[in-house]
Design a protein. Structure first.
Length: 98
């Protein structure tokens, strides 16, 4: 039987963060943790929940690591990485205008 969202522990939330950091989807994480799928997916999209914070935190941590790697490669002269870095910069500037 699957757990309810209110049964998730701090250890479970830490696991959510780890799993989202390696790009598991909310449905996949729900299956791994044996949590009710629909409620878990809904919680991942609700910015008022601890599940959202854990899920988003994992994704953002990986994005940070990828961006750091791209910038390091760009500064070392990698043309593809330089193009990616400029694209990231443009996207950030657009987001800042919203």
């Amino acid at each position: 039987m699957r757990k309810c969202l209110n049964e998730l522990t701090n250890d479970d939330l830490a696991e959510v963060k780890k799993l989202s950091a390696v790009f598991f989807t909310p449905k996949e994480i729900a299956d791994i943790l044996e949590v009710e799928r629909t409620a878990f997916v809904d919680a991942c999209n609700d910015d008022t929940t601890d599940v959202y914070e854990a899920f988003t935190g994992g994704l953002l941590l990986s994005e940070y690591e990828i961006r750091t790697s791209v910038l390091k490669l760009a500064k070392a002269g990698s043309s593809p990485a330089q193009a990616m870095a400029l694209d990231l910069l443009k996207k950030v500037r657009v987001k800042m205008m919203d």
